[in-house]
Ligand binder design. Structure first.
Ligand code: ATP
Ligand code: MG
Length: 400
C-alpha cells in the first residue's frame, strides 16, 4: 500500500473573472472556507496555488465531512478529493492502480492529464499522463481512453515538494462568496419559499439576516423553532444567520378589530414590510428579500405585490418571482429545507386569511383602511419586541 495524505482541491468559479479585485474575492472565499471548516472535527491547513485552494488535514481531521462542508461554500464550483504523495512516478502509478475505482467513479471513458510546476521532474506531462493511463488500464481493462470527450480526467499535479493525484470532482455550490455584496434582511416565514429566496440571494454573495414575525399566543414556540431550524440550514451555506423574532400580535389584533376582512393579509404584509425595513436599517441591511412568486396565492397576484411593496423604501428582492411552486420545491429539497418547511406548525398568516381575499386590490382603498390605524406607533412598538437568536450551523434541532 502506497502512503499518501488526503487533500481536498477547491476550484473557484466566477471570482476568477474579477481581474484586479480577484485577491479580495480569494481572501473572502478562504475566510468562508475556514469558517465552514471550524465546524468540522480536526485541524486543517489551506494553501492557495495556481487558482486552486488546497485543504489539508492533520491526523485528527475528518476529511469526508470537510469535503461535504466545502460543497456548501459559495464561490466554489468544484470540490475534488485527491491523494498527495511522494513525487515519484512509481508511487503515482501504484496509487492510480490501488485507487482506480475511486478515481474513475462510474465513468467508462477517461483520460489522464498532468501538470508540472516542477520543471525538473524527469518526465514530460504527456509521458506522465501516458504512464498513469497505462497503470489504470491494467487494473480496469474494460475502460476506454478518450482524449476528446472523456467522462473523467485523472490528473497528476507535480508540485515543488509533492505530487497530487485526483480524479472525478463533485459540483460545488457556485455563486459568489458570502459577504462580498453587503447585507440584506430576509423575511423568513416557516414556509417553503422564503428559505429558497434566502439561499438564492446568499448565493450571489449577500450576507443574510432574517426577520420572523410571530403572533403569540396565536402562534406557538414550535412554529418559531421551525423557523430557527430553517435558518440553521441556511447557516450551512452562509456561516450563520441572525434571526430577529418580532411580535406582530398587536398589529394583527388592531387590523382584525378595525379593518375590512378582505384586506387582512395585505394590511399585515404592509406592516411586515415596514417593520422589516426598520429592523434592516438598524442592522445595516440595504435591501429586503421575500419568497413571493407571482400568482402563487391571492396575496401574491401582481397587483397584490404592488400594494404590499408600496410602503417599502428599500429595494425588495424576490428571487422566486418567476418560479413555479414545483421549481421552488426542487430547490428546497436540494438545499435541505423542504422537510423542515413542511412540518405542520401554523403560520401567523394562515390563521388570519380572509375567506374572500381581494386579488385585485385597489391601493386607495387599502390606504383608506390603513388610515384607521396608528401605523407609526404600531410599527415602533413591534420593533421594540425584537429578540434575536443567532442561528448557527448544526444538525441538532433547537429546543425551546
Ligand atoms: P413561504 O412562507 O415559504 O414564503 P408562502 O407561499 O407561505 O411561502 P406567504 O405566506 O404568502 O408565502 O408569504 C409571502 C412572503 O412573505 C414569504 O415568502 C415571506 O418572505 C414573507 N412572510 C410571510 N409570513 C411571514 C412571517 N411570519 N415572517 C416573516 N416573513 C413572512
Ligand atoms: Mg408563508
Amino acid at each position: 500500500m502506497e502512503k499518501y495524505n488526503d487533500v481536498i482541491l477547491l476550484k473557484y468559479g466566477e471570482v476568477v473573472l474579477k481581474g484586479l479585485n480577484r485577491n479580495y474575492f480569494n481572501q473572502l472565499i478562504e475566510k468562508n472556507v475556514r469558517k465552514a471548516l471550524s465546524y468540522v472535527p480536526g485541524t486543517f491547513q489551506l494553501e492557495y496555488a495556481q487558482s486552486i485552494l488546497f485543504v489539508r488535514g492533520e491526523e485528527d481531521a475528518d476529511m469526508d465531512s470537510a469535503a461535504e462542508a466545502m460543497k456548501k461554500v459559495f464561490g466554489i464550483v468544484a470540490v475534488c478529493r485527491g491523494m498527495e504523495c511522494e513525487k515519484r512516478m512509481d508511487v503515482l502509478c501504484a496509487l492510480a492502480k490501488e485507487h482506480a475505482h475511486e478515481l474513475i467513479g462510474s465513468s467508462r471513458r477517461f483520460k489522464c492529464d498532468a501538470k508540472r510546476s516542477d520543471k525538473q521532474f524527469p518526465l514530460s506531462s504527456p509521458e506522465i499522463a501516458a504512464e498513469l493511463g497505462g497503470a489504470i488500464l491494467e487494473t480496469m481493462p474494460s475502460l476506454k481512453v478518450d482524449l476528446h470527450t472523456p467522462e473523467v480526467v485523472v490528473m497528476a499535479e507535480i508540485r515543488d515538494h509533492s505530487a497530487i493525484l485526483h480524479g472525478a470532482s463533485e459540483k460545488g455550490a457556485g455563486g459568489m462568496p458570502v459577504g462580498c455584496e453587503g447585507k440584506a434582511m430576509l423575511l423568513l416565514s416557516g414556509g417553503i419559499d422564503s428559505p429558497v429566496a434566502g439561499y438564492m440571494t446568499a448565493k450571489r454573495g449577500v450576507e443574510i439576516e432574517a426577520v420572523y414575525f410571530e403572533t403569540p399566543p396565536y402562534t406557538s414556540d414550535m412554529a418559531k423553532d421551525k423557523v430557527i431550524r430553517l435558518a440553521r440550514k441556511l447557516a450551512e451555506y452562509t456561516g450563520g444567520v441572525k434571526v430577529h423574532c418580532v411580535s406582530l400580535t398587536e398589529v394583527q389584533e388592531a387590523i382584525a378589530a378595525n379593518c375590512d376582512e378582505r384586506m387582512f393579509t395585505l394590511l399585515l404584509r404592509r406592516f411586515m414590510v415596514r417593520t422589516a425595513e426598520a429592523i434592516a436599517r438598524r442592522s445595516g441591511s440595504h435591501a429586503l428579500v421575500t419568497g413571493e412568486s407571482i400568482g402563487q396565492v391571492a396575496s401574491q397576484t401582481m397587483l397584490s405585490i404592488v400594494v404590499t411593496n408600496e410602503p417599502a423604501s428599500m429595494p425588495v428582492f424576490r428571487p422566486c418571482i418567476g418560479l413555479d411552486k414545483e421549481e421552488i420545491i426542487v430547490r428546497a429539497r436540494q438545499i435541505g429545507t423542504f422537510d423542515i418547511s413542511t412540518l405542520p406548525y401554523e403560520d401567523c398568516c394562515a390563521m388570519f386569511t380572509p375567506k374572500h381575499p381581494n386579488t385585485r386590490p385597489d391601493p386607495d382603498a387599502v390606504r383608506e383602511e390603513e388610515s384607521k390605524l396608528d401605523v407609526d406607533g404600531l410599527v415602533e412598538r413591534a420593533v421594540r419586541t425584537d429578540q434575536w437568536i443567532w442561528a448557527k450551523k448544526t444538525s441538532e434541532p433547537s429546543v425551546f
